[in-house]
Design a protein around this ligand. Structure first.
Ligand SMILES: *[C@@H]1O[C@H](CO)[C@@H](O)[C@H](O)[C@H]1NC(C)=O
Ligand SMILES: *[C@@H]1O[C@H](CO)[C@@H](O)[C@H](O)[C@H]1NC(C)=O
Ligand SMILES: *[C@@H]1O[C@H](CO)[C@@H](O)[C@H](O)[C@H]1NC(C)=O
Ligand SMILES: *[C@@H]1O[C@H](CO)[C@@H](O)[C@H](O)[C@H]1NC(C)=O
Ligand SMILES: *[C@@H]1O[C@H](CO)[C@@H](O)[C@H](O)[C@H]1NC(C)=O
Ligand SMILES: *[C@@H]1O[C@H](CO)[C@@H](O)[C@H](O)[C@H]1NC(C)=O
Ligand SMILES: *[C@@H]1O[C@H](CO)[C@@H](O)[C@H](O)[C@H]1NC(C)=O
Length: 375
């Protein structure tokens, strides 16, 4: 299989230019020594591409990646976006070129998670499209449990000087697939006079947060201290969900809204339980709502339909792509555009408590001292 293009010689001239520009504008001072990213398609930068058979995976074809900067031809990267995603946007704001590489692109051995550490000096991205909290790996999906397991392996490989994990950012963006799956299994059972649905919902939320809790505690035990948690999106606005649910947007949005309250309680609890732990919840729910309520204020014109393909069929090789991609909230029938990712990154990094709380990401990473933090 070809080497990932970000390391190919072809890209070097572009990289040098980018770095020169970045240094000259003083933007390359990283706010954290490294970033470790966990989650689903909202943060995946190509892990699925490196699974067996992954070359032809869902999104490993144009028009995915049509706006990903590259000196060569425009090309798909395995991101669920026309260009960068929210994980990239946050990494860029913190002084990196983009998200750290997908860990699977650095594997030395496919049967363990052992990687080439020299390529991972600024962190790793473990996120995998389709991943959930409440189910284990299925075909082509690396579950959250597996992702944490691979981070543990990486941690055990650290024998050479490496940036301090305690100063690094642990970015987690997961759970929307659990919510989507739960809704599609229970939605048809909805019956206003049947209270079982409330019991099932309570049990779902409790399972979701208990699982989330275990993963964060594991990452804490492995050295993580600064956690950036992306909360659940208002699934009712996702074009695909709207087709399935006959436009019952407000009903669908109740579940992520409740889950976000539970997530807040969980994080508050964890930070008072785990010494030295710091966190920020990036409120992607609020970012979506804000854009949908007032698209023009953020440069958007279309917040209902996917730029590529249709709400029902999504984006594929033959689908029509809109020309004004920066004016669309949604890229395909599930995922946001690069333009949305940028708005998200800016609001979560430097926005008010409406968009990130109890502190924003900027505050979360602000006390990093580059000179003292080598592992
Ligand atoms: C791992 O598996 C992928 C997909 O089957 C393959 O392309 C790659 O060469 C393998 N890597 C190693 C180090 O064996
Ligand atoms: C709704 O629940 C009530 C009480 O359990 C039941 O009698 C009724 O048949 C249900 N309606 C539907 C449409 O399932
Ligand atoms: C929650 O977890 C329990 C125990 O594993 C399980 O029996 C139950 O079905 C789960 N509920 C939901 C809604 O996932
Ligand atoms: C949802 O609403 C849109 C526009 O309001 C309409 O075109 C579409 O047919 C509706 N979908 C369903 C499944 O009712
Ligand atoms: C945090 O949650 C744990 C487990 O659910 C509970 O035992 C503990 O009392 C909570 N602590 C605080 C400070 O809320
Ligand atoms: C959004 O885009 C869809 C298809 O690309 C189009 O049918 C619809 O009219 C657009 N809505 C707005 C408000 O521009
Ligand atoms: C691609 O999407 C279009 C709608 O945008 C749909 O008509 C077509 O069947 C899809 N093709 C494949 C191979 O899924």
């Amino acid at each position: 299989m070809a080497a990932p293009l970000q390391y190919s010689l072809l890209l070097l001239p572009f990289l040098c230019l980018f770095l020169a520009l970045a240094f000259s504008s003083g933007e390359a001072d990283p706010k954290v020594p490294a970033i470790f990213i966990f989650g689903d398609s909202s943060a995946d930068v190509g892990n699925s591409k490196y699974l067996s058979g992954g070359q032809d995976y869902y999104n490993n074809f144009l028009p995915y990646g049509i706006d990903y900067p590259s000196k060569n031809a425009r090309h798909p990267t395995g991101r669920y976006s026309n260009g960068y995603n929210g994980a990239d946007a946050l990494a860029q704001i913190m002084g990196f070129k983009e998200s750290p590489p997908p860990f699977r692109s650095l594997l030395i051995d496919n049967n363990t998670c052992e990687i080439d550490i020299t390529q991972a000096m600024k962190g790793l991205n473990f996120a995998s499209g389709g991943s959930r909290l409440l189910t284990e790996s299925s075909d082509g999906v690396i579950s959250m449990t597996e992702q944490v397991k691979c981070f543990r392996k990486f941690r055990s490989q650290l024998t050479t000087p490496y940036p301090l994990l305690s100063e690094s950012l642990f970015l987690i963006s997961i759970g929307d697939n659990d919510i989507g799956a739960f809704l599609s299994e229970t939605y048809h059972k909805r019956n206003d006079t049947d209270f079982n649905i409330f019991i099932e919902t309570a049990s779902f939320i409790s399972n979701l947060t208990a699982t989330y809790r275990n993963h964060i505690m594991d990452l804490y035990e492995l050295g993580g201290r600064k956690f950036g948690i992306v909360n659940f999106v208002p699934v009712g606005y996702i074009p695909r969900a709207n087709v399935v649910s006959r436009n019952d947007t407000n009903v669908l949005n109740i579940l992520p809204w409740l889950c976000n309250i539970a997530l807040k309680v969980l994080m508050n609890n964890l930070s008072s339980t785990l010494p030295g732990m710091k966190y920020s919840i990036g409120n992607s729910y609020a970012v979506f709502m804000k854009i949908i309520d007032n698209p023009g204020a953020y440069g958007f014109k279309n917040v209902t339909d996917p730029c590529c393909g249709s709400a029902l069929y999504g984006c594929n090789q033959t689908a029509t792509v809109c020309s004004d991609r920066s004016q669309y909230l949604f890229w395909d029938n599930v995922h946001p555009t690069m333009a949305t990712a940028e708005v998200f990154g800016n609001l979560v990094y430097d926005g008010s408590t409406e968009f990130a709380s109890p502190i924003n990401f900027k505050k979360l990473v602000e006390d990093y001292n580059e000179l003292t933090s080598v592992y």
